[in-house]
Design a protein around this ligand. Structure first.
Ligand code: MSP
Length: 645
């Protein structure tokens, strides 16, 4: 089966950062996973090099746009091997082949009447490089770039996007997997509830020259999004290359939520107008924050993938990113979080299982994983076999759905089971008893075989570690092509040719190391204690938060917000708290309920209302990748104001 998977093409107005690395690593992982399942895979990434933003960045750097884009595109290209990311093709929108394809498509869409010339006046955000609708503004500003858009009126070419609105709604409704996780599908459908405007697809050369000239009017260049999205076709030789015939019908795009609209609305309607089938799936992930704050150059907390890989190692970094983020939701990066995962999941759980097992195989079975005597399996062995079987099934489902965190959770359940299996079966005791040698062999065969299977499923995530594991086990048999399908079959385990050098897979991370995050903050390394780095706090720090029982006397929706409720509470004195729970609770169901609040927070203004505290709630992850907030209700008998400690 063919698989075609793409990342966004990244703007070259900035150096690669954690966000770019994340999308590209998950796409790499998915493509390695599909290869393991026997697919012929094409994985494409690239750079988006036209448009105002790039022209401005070049001017700021004192470079010609051409030299500038060459330089930054090269740093993106050089980053991927450092992260063990292996794309099959790296496209640039300044490639002559791409320029030809864009012009060919523009001509085609123009000739069939889907492009027209008109005057437009609207509010333009330079950061987004598009006109924003009133509805998209928050307090008059672009919510992503926090600046007021400029009023611009000019003549331009427009793509008749509105013509395809009904078709698009129907297509999304008919194909539940077209946009996932579901929260983003719902977001797009909600957006499509309103009439869709046509898309402005040109910029006058009086304002911008760094773009692809419109083939039918040299006074204009192509709008950067119309140009950029087409990369997914150019990269496989549209319109008539063999790769296009093979891969287009299975195209899957991976993006973050910031560019949902161009991918979920502009792109399918453009394809429809060209007479092409839409892509197969769009996978949308959330945003990485850093220490729970937005990552931004001005805050000086931008994480560079190269530094991360150097500090923590490529495989631990890949594992952390995939395990820590619930696909679809935002996640927070911190040195403490990555060190904790490295020590707990990798060094402790997997690393110890591996080194204990190999040391015992080395000692008790002459340095070779013994073959399994299937007739002699006992109930413990069968439990392991069954767990491995279930793991492979879950792993396939979750990896296919881009829920990497769940796939890895399933793998780690087996790792824990195997660690318990060692304790219950105590091979060191069996070794002392000559009558138990057969049992000893089977226990070590189960451990060796399971480790090999773990290496196979970990290969897409941590390719270097998987290879090290297989080598150390002396089981380097065909590792690719449809290996996954036979993975649960113990009769198919490759024989061990003898153990290689027994390595420590993961060193424990020294928490005293200067963490990458702090290093990035304005060049000032913050001196943090070991406890702080590990996320532990002093009792006094916890006690500094005043938690109290509060009764909800009244609740109402906050105007113009679909997230906020205004709550009138008594603790027993009256206070107002604004809580982001409107999507989880109706105001009516809250009246009279008792909740827990953080009572000594500095007041904050939300949508013009002063909020005097915070209501505590748990975030419950749902199957579809979204999450629901659940308030912490307390016993109705408790008196408002009671202090919680
Ligand atoms: N050039 C456009 C995309 C055109 S695709 C036809 C663009 N480029 S970008 O450089 O801004 O990259 C945006 C993408 O980078 C996001 O969709 C996501 O894949 C990744 N990320 C950038 N910042 C991110 C985080 N903070 N967290 C996670 N990923 C983010 O938009």
């Amino acid at each position: 089966m063919p698989t075609y998977v793409t990342t966004p093409i990244y703007y070259v107005n900035a150096q690669p950062h954690l966000g770019h690395a994340y999308t590209t690593i998950i796409t790499d992982t998915y493509s390695r996973f599909r290869r393991l399942a026997g697919d012929q895979v094409r994985f494409q990434t690239g750079t988006d090099e036209h448009g105002e933003k790039i022209a401005e960045a070049a001017a700021k750097a004192g470079d010609s746009p051409r030299d500038y884009v060459d330089r930054i595109a090269a740093t993106f290209k050089a980053t991927w091997p450092l992260l063990n990311v292996r794309p099959d093709h790296i496209i640039r929108t300044t490639d002559s082949e791409h320029i030809r394809t864009v012009q060919h498509i523009l001509d085609q869409v123009h000739q069939q009447g889907d492009i027209y010339f008109s005057e437009y006046a609207g509010l333009y955000c330079r950061g987004c490089e598009r006109f924003l609708t009133d509805k998209e503004l928050v307090e008059g500003k672009c919510p992503d770039h926090l600046v007021e858009p400029e009023p611009i009126a000019e003549q331009n070419y427009f793509f008749r996007m509105s013509k395809y609105q009904d078709w698009l709604i129907e297509h999304i409704k008919q194909n539940p997997e077209f946009i996932t996780p579901e929260r983003y599908r719902n977001e797009v459908l909600a957006f499509l509830d309103e009439p869709l405007e046509d898309l402005c697809i040109s910029r006058p050369t009086s304002r911008l020259t760094w773009g692809i000239p419109l083939p039918f009017d040299s006074n204009f260049v192509t709008y950067v999004w119309f140009d950029a999205l087409i990369n997914y076709l150019t990269g496989i030789g549209y319109p008539d290359g063999p790769l296009f015939a093979k891969y287009w019908s299975v195209a899957e795009h991976v993006i973050a939520k910031d560019i949902l609209k161009p991918h979920a609305i502009y792109w399918p309607t453009m394809l429809k107008s060209m007479g092409l089938a839409p892509f197969k799936r769009l996978h949308v992930h959330g945003y990485w924050n850093v220490d729970a704050t937005k990552m931004s150059k001005s805050l000086g907390n931008v994480i560079r993938p190269r530094e991360l890989a150097e500090e923590y190692g490529v495989d631990p970094m890949r594992y952390f990113l995939l395990r820590e983020m619930s696909f679809g939701l935002d996640a927070s990066f911190s040195s403490a979080a990555i060190i904790t995962r490295q020590n707990a999941d990798l060094a402790n759980d997997l690393g110890n299982l591996f080194s204990r097992s190999l040391t015992m195989i080395g000692k008790y079975t002459q340095g070779r994983v013994p073959s399994l005597d299937i007739a002699a399996l006992d109930s413990d062995d069968r439990e392991v076999q069954e767990a491995l079987h279930n793991m492979v099934a879950t792993y396939e489902i979750e990896m296919n759905a881009f829920r990497f965190h769940k796939a890895l959770q399933a793998v780690w359940e087996v790792i824990s089971l195997l660690n318990r299996y060692i304790v219950t079966n105590a091979p060191w005791e069996l070794a002392k008893d000559v009558s138990k040698q057969e049992r000893l062999h089977n226990v070590l065969a189960i451990l060796g075989g399971s480790l090999w299977m773990l290496a196979v499923v970990l290969k897409p995530v941590m390719p270097e570690t998987a290879a090290k594991m297989a080598k150390a086990l002396g089981m380097e048999e065909p590792f690719d092509a449809a290996e996954l399908a036979q993975l649960g079959d113990w009769a198919r385990l490759p024989p061990s040719s003898g153990l290689g050098e027994v390595l420590q897979l993961f060193p424990r991370m020294d928490k005293k190391k200067e963490p990458v995050v702090e290093k990035a903050v304005a060049g000032k390394p913050a001196k943090k204690s070991i406890e702080e780095q590990s996320g532990l706090i002093e009792l006094a720090q916890f006690q500094a938060v005043e938690l109290r029982v509060a009764q909800i006397n009244a609740a109402q929706r906050v105007k113009k917000s679909d997230r906020l409720l205004k709550l009138s509470l008594s603790t027993p004195e009256k206070r107002t708290v604004v809580a982001g729970i409107a999507q989880s609770y109706s105001p009516e169901e809250l009246i009279g309920k008792k909740v827990v609040i953080a009572a000594n927070l500095k007041p904050a203004k939300l949508m013009g209302i002063v909020s005097e505290g915070m209501v505590l709630a748990a975030k419950e992850p749902l199957e579809d990748g979204s999450e629901r907030l659940r308030l912490l209700f307390v016993d109705p008998d408790m008196s408002p104001g009671s202090k919680i400690s």
